[in-house]
Design a protein around this ligand. Structure first.
Ligand SMILES: Cc1cc2nc3c(=O)[nH]c(=O)nc-3n(C[C@H](O)[C@H](O)[C@H](O)COP(=O)(O)OP(=O)(O)OC[C@H]3O[C@@H](n4cnc5c(N)ncnc54)[C@H](O)[C@@H]3O)c2cc1C
Length: 376
């Protein structure tokens, strides 16, 4: 006899995985259909050939101020305390390279301008705006003190503009001035990338966490299947976490995305770099290099894995992954057409970074998935 399901879920990433578990615990029979041959979506991690735990779809660091989400996920994993620190690696103009923390902070200031000059400038900023404040470039530019507005230009040029151009494939004049205005200088010695109250890495990795999450008698997971044809048979709620344009056969045209190319390298040394992630904010074709052992804390001597990240336009070619929605009014309007189409199917629920055509951090999409499960 054919098994009956109460809810169909397309995709076994954060959106699908969290929603499936939450519904299963409410007594629903849930079928999860995942196109890839693994669970975890883009947070999936696995061992390299030399046994280094790595993130196949780019480095993922968990951070949140949402205690509810953190507690919920903590049922499926222990956490390794990890505070992510990122440095920028840039040419110093004298044929050498220098590094300093990003977001740009008081320490960066002293490295970029020299200890004495940097400290003087830092004191001036703290006196003007207050300690531990995040001040945007726009605010700094509006300051009548020429030293302070010159600093805004320095940060724009050395930390922001080239990096953004690489990431989004834009020319400087195409970069939204509103985005530029929001780039902060952090008037602090705190060199952590995130200041959230909960930060860490799943102690045994994301995939293990997802394995436990989906291990429930009311959940059946099928890997390596495209959910779309199967969803036609669904007689109840469908949670769809794939691309919405694809679901509707791209009938209004494809939604634009950026894709990423990851170049993984295995190196036979203990460590390659001093920090988890090093951003190349001025030169190089790649945007950043991440070394996983810093993130995971894995103790494995004599070998390490790094990944260089290149950002490219998404063409829809076989095997390419749409990573980042390109949010602008034209693309939002195109997405709105698909959304309107989807609303004609009351049982269809679009959830996640692809289905909703927006960027979510892991905690934010987990929170959305829990909310949807509650509503259903
Ligand atoms: C490079 C990179 C780094 C990131 N780093 C961080 C970070 O440090 N911290 C953080 O909080 N967030 C980070 N994120 C964001 C994080 O990846 C997302 O929050 C998360 O992946 C969203 O989960 P999702 O379920 O919506 O999407 P996904 O993880 O993409 O899962 C969707 C799943 O649906 C499947 N699917 C699609 N179509 C179909 C179909 N037709 N049938 C069956 N299955 C289908 C896909 O194969 C996929 O497994 C990062 C994102 C990127 C791109």
């Amino acid at each position: 006899m054919k098994k009956r399901y109460d809810v169909w879920v397309a995709g076994a990433g954060y959106a699908g995985g969290v929603a499936a578990r939450a519904l299963a615990e409410r007594g629903k029979q849930v079928l999860v259909l995942e196109r890839r041959n693994h669970i975890g979506g883009n947070a999936y991690d696995c061992l390299s050939a030399t046994g280094v735990l790595m993130h196949q779809y780019g480095p993922h660091i968990f951070h949140t101020n949402d205690k509810k989400v953190f507690d919920w996920l903590s049922r499926f994993t222990e956490w390794r305390d990890y505070q992510h620190r990122v440095i920028a690696n840039i040419p110093d103009g004298r044929g050498e390279r220098m590094t300093y923390p990003v977001p740009f902070n008081l320490t960066s200031l002293e490295t970029a301008f020299g200890a004495e000059e940097g400290k003087k400038l830092g004191d001036k900023l703290v006196a003007a705006y207050g300690a531990e404040k995040k001040v945007t470039i726009l605010e700094l530019r509006q300051n009548p003190d020429p030293e302070i507005s010159a600093l805004a230009d320095y940060v724009y040029e050395h930390v922001f503009v080239h990096y953004t151009m690489k990431q989004w494939g834009q020319k400087p004049e195409e970069i939204d001035p509103n985005t530029t205005a929001r780039v902060p200088v952090f008037l602090s010695q705190d060199d952590r990338y995130f200041q959230d109250t909960c930060q860490g890495m799943p102690a045994e990795g994301y995939t293990k966490m997802f394995e436990r999450m989906l291990d429930h008698p009311n959940i059946e997971v099928r890997l390596g299947v495209d959910a779309r044809p199967i969803l036609k048979e669904a007689q109840g709620p469908v949670i769809y976490t794939g691309q919405t344009d694809e679901l509707f056969g791209f009938k209004y045209g494809p939604l634009p995305y950026r894709t990423l190319f990851f170049q993984f390298e295995t190196l036979f040394q203990d460590f390659y770099q001093s920090h988890g992630t090093v951003n190349y904010t001025v030169d190089e074709e790649f945007t950043r290099i991440t070394e996983f052992k810093h993130l995971t804390g894995q103790e494995i001597p004599g070998v390490t894995t790094i990944v260089k990240e290149y950002s490219r336009p998404y063409t829809g070619e076989e095997g390419e992954i749409p990573y980042y929605a390109i949010i602008n009014p034209a693309n939002n309007a195109l997405y709105a057409k698909y959304k309107e189409e989807a609303e004609q199917y009351p049982n269809l629920h679009l959830l996640g970074r692809l289905a909703e055509y927006k960027y979510y951090n892991m905690d934010a999409i987990a929170a959305r998935a829990l909310e949807l499960a509650e509503r259903l």
